[in-house]
Design a protein around this ligand. Structure first.
Ligand SMILES: [Zn+2]
Length: 318
């Protein structure tokens, strides 16, 4: 049986100990940063540093890359495993400046190589990206408008106005994502409901998804999104697994939904198309972005793909 704790989805499975008690201790953090073998993970404008030719993340020991610290706008403590790991934000530098500083790598969207990186490294890079994004978007106190400053190794921001002093914690946007299936009462083949957004590469179909709104349960968000986007009513929604998705700030909550009917009514503002597919049809789909495939599946690093692959494996004729 699938166990998301022992088989984490891509970008989950961070093995660093986050040390939430120790990171409140500034001298301790400073001491960790001073260690010559502390690991430094540079980021620039939401991109991670990768090898220009191979799917390989570039990070450095403090001894190798001491010079990076003076250029870093924000230094965040990610956690510890043998060494302490820190994310460094170089976003304020120009592209030319970061190239001069780190000529051995290229700042790249981690999703381009996400499925190819070692899982643990992908988790570290994604966590660094998500946390830094939050800092960049929350420079000012939302209560009084004064500048806020990172504290506790970057796991909170505190308002600099002493009369306010409000603490702000990293935010996540919960999104539900669901594979909806139809189980015919006559024992015929089961079908999965997939849709395509106009932003997808041509021919790509994916599970439906949407943000959870205030005042609804996750199951209700699943049912509402499927109804709004495809006009299909659900009779059940069962939680399957979740995935960190810091692109920029989501947690994807994966569900399996059971359709109460087959008729589809696509909301053209959200989707270009939605259809029912059999497991055999889906098995014949190509990979995301493959120009030679008439139909293709979502990217391999996504929970959407995991939900689809799981369903195909369950439903292929034996
Ligand atoms: Zn404030």
């Amino acid at each position: 049986m699938f166990n998301p704790l022992t088989q984490p989805l891509r970008y989950a499975g961070l093995r660093l100990d986050r040390l939430s008690a120790q990171r409140k201790d500034r001298p301790w953090l400073e001491q960790q940063l001073q260690q010559p073998n502390s690991r430094l993970v540079p980021l620039w404008q939401g991109r991670n540093l990768l090898h220009p030719e191979r799917p390989e993340a570039l990070h450095f020991s403090r001894a190798e890359a001491d010079f990076l610290l003076e250029h870093s706008q924000e230094i965040l403590f990610l956690g510890q495993q043998q060494h302490a790991w820190f994310a460094l934000d170089l976003s304020h530098l120009s592209e030319q400046q970061v190239q001069q500083l780190l000529p051995q790598g290229q700042f790249t969207d981690i999703r381009k190589v996400g499925p190819l990186l070692p899982a643990e490294e992908a988790a570290i890079l994604a966590c660094a990206r998500g946390l830094l994004h939050w800092h960049q978007q929350h420079q000012f106190c939302s209560l009084c408008g004064h500048p806020s400053r990172a504290d506790q190794g970057g796991h909170l921001r505190r308002c600099s106005n002493s009369a306010c002093g409000k603490e702000h914690f990293p935010r996540l946007d919960p999104a539900v994502i669901m594979l909806v299936e139809h189980i015919p009462s006559d024992g015929g083949p089961r079908l999965a409901l997939l849709g395509r957004s106009p932003h997808f590469p041509p021919g790509t179909y994916s599970t439906l998804a949407g943000f959870v709104e205030t005042g609804e349960s996750l199951e209700e968000a699943v049912a509402r999104e499927v109804w709004e986007e495809a006009g299909v009513r659900l009779s059940r929604a069962d939680y399957r697994a979740s995935q960190p998705w810091p692109f920029p700030a989501s947690i994807m909550l994966g569900f399996r939904g059971l359709a109460a009917s087959l008729a589809i009514q696509v909301d053209q503002d959200e989707l270009e198309d939605a259809r029912w597919f059999s497991a055999e049809q889906l098995q014949g789909f190509g990979e995301w972005g493959d120009p030679n495939s008439a139909y293709s599946l979502p990217r391999k690093d996504s929970i959407s793909r995991w939900l689809i692959d799981e369903w195909i494996a369950e439903n292929l004729p034996r």
